[in-house]
Design a protein around this ligand. Structure first.
Ligand SMILES: *[C@@H]1O[C@H](CO)[C@@H](O)[C@H](O)[C@H]1NC(C)=O
Ligand SMILES: *[C@@H]1O[C@H](CO)[C@@H](O)[C@H](O)[C@H]1NC(C)=O
Ligand SMILES: *[C@@H]1O[C@H](CO)[C@@H](O)[C@H](O)[C@H]1NC(C)=O
Ligand SMILES: *[C@@H]1O[C@H](CO)[C@@H](O)[C@H](O)[C@H]1NC(C)=O
Length: 408
């Protein structure tokens, strides 16, 4: 039972990259990079919750009634076999979009290598079949390209390199800004060899869907949102309450992922870093100066855990009338756990509820997250049933698996 870091568990390495996609237009300026591509009209609408900042009392039950396993999240038409990991979901324009990391695609017939990218975007075809995806950035029609644009040649010059590359990886769900726009935080890792990488910080990716054109614009307003001298706010988890985004980041360097730090910003100002405020749990007040830690700041952390976190997602559960964080710890036990709080600001009850131990393949599972937008209509109330996904290491490669968990 050894703690692990995410960078060491990504076993699938990029081998080659196909030529640039025809259907994407990439623009670069001094201030932002963006790309545009079409999103099909596969609709999975749901009604978003609108929590208050502080809720009480708790309701429902945290014990597990049942679990359904849906197996691999895969291309619905069996056109491609795609190995990939991590990732998170996002709802835009009544569509459920999925982002995954380090995609390697092969044709199903013949196992011909088709291409690779540091991340990819798919769309859910149905809430009833959580394993069924249609890939948008991997397809014979449009070619193969990363979902997030590179920050100019500084990053793109390494796009075909298996070793000295930039890796833009997400392990969280997007931050919902409106029904047609969202922000998503991706960790920026720089590899100096095939096996050696450093986390330079995280970057912010903005999604904007245009209903009339059916196209999404994916923009990076800056190369880094938070460099590794601070905490990667937004890369661990997020929740939007009353128009404000609460962005959670792990203290990897000084607490080895025990402490979670929190930033807050009005959703309308998400790309304006000067508008961010930083929660200090010790003084119970926001600070306007970005913390630049030189040591652990445990008392200032909004969650002070005794078990290190790996990945997770946070949402308001109507069923429990509580904010819940469903996560994998950094132990290699492949187990979903839950902690909860009456408010994103705490106090977090860090005595975890063990939800479900997933079955492993050739190694432990990782990248576990919850997706409450699935199954809300079945259960009638948000949070009674949640879709969970995680990265499964098979002998041939790593891929995401989907399951549903229903509380008693
Ligand atoms: C989502 O679908 C509902 C029901 O069809 C519709 O009223 C709403 O305008 C749609 N919203 C977006 C953002 O597409
Ligand atoms: C932080 O990022 C810089 C590049 O900006 C890199 O040189 C350094 O090694 C990184 N530090 C850690 C602890 O990963
Ligand atoms: C959507 O695209 C149409 C056609 O290009 C354009 O006229 C309109 O301004 C766009 N809407 C938004 C909200 O950007
Ligand atoms: C904290 O969570 C644990 C595990 O569910 C529970 O037994 C305990 O009652 C909770 N504590 C409080 C103060 O709610």
């Amino acid at each position: 039972m050894l703690p692990h870091s995410l960078s060491s568990v990504v076993l699938v390495l990029l081998c080659a990259v196909s030529s640039a996609a025809a259907a994407t237009t990439t623009t670069t300026s001094a201030t932002a990079v963006s790309s545009v591509f079409a999103i099909p009209s596969l609709l999975t609408p749901y009604v978003a919750t609108t929590p208050k900042l502080e809720v009480s009392p708790e309701s429902g039950s945290f014990s597990v009634k049942s679990v359904s396993n849906y197996g691999e999240m895969a291309y619905y038409a069996s056109t491609w076999t795609i190995y990939r990991d991590g990732g998170g979901s996002c709802t835009l324009n009544n569509r459920t979009l999925w982002l995954f990391n380090d995609a390697n695609a092969y044709t199903v017939s013949g196992d011909v290598f088709a291409g690779a990218a540091t991340n990819s975007m798919s769309i859910a075809t149905s809430f009833d079949h959580p394993g069924s995806l249609k890939d948008l950035t991997i397809s014979s029609a449009v070619g193969y390209f990363p979902a997030t644009p590179w920050w100019g040649t500084e990053e793109s010059q390494y796009a075909t390199s298996p070793s000295h590359r930039y890796a833009l990886w997400t392990y969280s769900n997007c931050v919902q800004l409106s029904s047609t726009s969202a922000a998503h935080f991706f960790l920026v890792n720089k590899f100096s060899s095939v096996t050696s990488s450093k986390q330079y910080g995280n970057t912010m990716v903005l999604y904007s869907m245009n209903e009339s054109t059916g196209k999404i614009t994916v923009t990076r307003p800056m190369q880094y949102a938070f460099q590794n001298t601070s905490y990667p706010y937004g890369s661990f988890a997020n929740v939007v309450v009353n128009g404000y985004a609460y962005l959670f980041g792990l203290d990897r360097l000084y607490s080895t992922n025990l402490d979670v730090h929190l930033a807050q910003v009005y959703t309308g100002y998400i790309s304006n870093l000067a508008k961010y405020r930083y929660w200090n749990a010790e003084t119970k007040a926001y600070e306007t100066t970005l913390p630049v830690p030189t040591a652990r700041r445990k008392a200032a952390a909004v969650i002070q855990s005794s078990i290190a976190f790996s990945t997770g997602s946070l949402f308001f559960s109507e069923y429990h009338n509580a904010f819940v964080l469903i996560y994998f710890s950094s132990y290699e036990d492949s187990t979903f756990r839950l902690i909860r709080s009456p408010s994103p600001l705490g106090p977090w009850n860090t005595t975890s509820v063990t939800l479900y131990k997933t079955t492993i393949g050739v190694g432990y599972n990782y990248g576990g997250l919850a997706h409450p937008q699935y199954f809300q209509s079945i259960a009638g109330i948000a949070g009674k049933s949640v879709m969970l996904h995680y990265s499964y290491q098979s002998a041939s490669g790593t891929y995401p698996k989907a399951m549903t968990l229903t509380f008693n």
